[in-house]
Design a protein around this ligand. Sequence first.
Ligand code: ADP
Length: 470
Amino acid sequence: MCISNRVADPRKTEAGGLAVALSGALQANGGMWFGWSGKILPEDGATPADTPVHQQQAGNVTLATLDLSRWDHDAYYLGYSNAVLWPVFHYRLDLADFDTGYIDGYRRVNQLFAAKLMPLLKEDDIVWVHDYHLIPLASELRALGCRNKIGFFLHIPLPPAQIFTAIPAHDWLAQALFAYDLVGFQSEADLEHFNRYVATEARAEDRDGDGRRWRAFGRTLRTAAFPIGIDVAEFDALTHAHDATEMYRRMREEYSRRQLLVGVDRLDYSKGLPQRLRAFRELLRRHPDNIRRATLIQIAAPSREDVDAYGDILRELESLAGSMNGDFGELDWIPVRYMHRTMARKRLPGLYRAARVALVTPLRDGMNLVAKEFVAAQDPEDPGVLVLSRFAGAMEQMREGAVLVNPYDSQATADAIQFALQLPLAERRRRHQTLMATIRRCDVHWWCQAFLDELASADAEQTGPDWLRL
Ligand code: ADP
């Protein structure tokens, strides 16, 4: 049983590696994927509590979805999830909106999820909850008497205790995590932050002295890092299919005399997009051999446009790209091609493969799958180079083969990009091989299995009192 804010239909081709992996795992034993339908109920109609869960069969997997009211959606999704937890977990206290009462909506929707889920649960079902929207779900399920094994995976970073404790309800969130049997993080750094927090703030007992089993609030919780990967086989097939090879051919033809750099992101302030453009501007200033030669294609997919901070970043990017093209552009050369759109997944590997360098320079990122997709799409005989932020979760696995940068330092980043552009073929191949070995070893199927194995072996005995509603 998987639970996440949104449910993806694994039969649709646009569904990415995560949907494929989760549905693969569910399919193995037959299972259910439960979440919000993406629909908002009309204001004058039934309440979400009175609306039945929609069930739909997708192969061996049952997709179970529920609708939300506008009020719930705005407070739970736009509000607490994306205007409080998302910024704080990405170290952006300055962007967090604490004083709005969003937390009531967050709690209400988690209670609704629990109430709707409970009757669907069988005694021996293993429950896997995903991401920051649903932190209190296990605690709500426990309050209804659920004794199943429940695991939680946080797809975004977990900040250090000094930042986490700024959330007014931080202790409530932390206690809610103890209703799970296993909590998984993307990186060792996130795990360390959590361990430090529970040891000092929650006074949890480190059962084995290795920071992997914690006792607090009458329960024992396992913690571990499981860096998420991509579906390498699926991505390889996409790379060699018609749409991507056609895209590759067109890009190579169009940019035959140029060095192509590429950035592909959701438009989000955590992705460091203005800093990336400024680093590219520094590249043109400090290394003028790139003038008329290097072109940066930046694709930024529209995202969460109803949240204020996203409008600000959109305007900043447009103005920066415009002024750079105005200052540096020539009749036959545009330095920055900035596009505010989602690119078809089938064509994406063609763009990656045509690029000499990828700029994956978030200010903070749980993992960053674009970094892994870029590497997987390369021609091993003539691979491009990954320029990667030291603040992406992917850094822990990719530090050997990538060129690491501090995205806040535009001059040093510019020099690192120049270094990446000039790497000789043998060195590019060596780096690519190193990265590919990790990406293959820790793919999305490995991630899924590693988490589920750990959850299956988590302590069956939970000696604490029955969980009271927090
Ligand atoms: P996040 O989960 O924060 O968006 P990730 O890098 O981990 O960041 O995952 C992003 C996923 O979305 C990747 O699979 C990537 O290919 C896809 N994606 C990101 N931006 C775009 C875009 N502009 N067009 C199409 N796909 C995109």
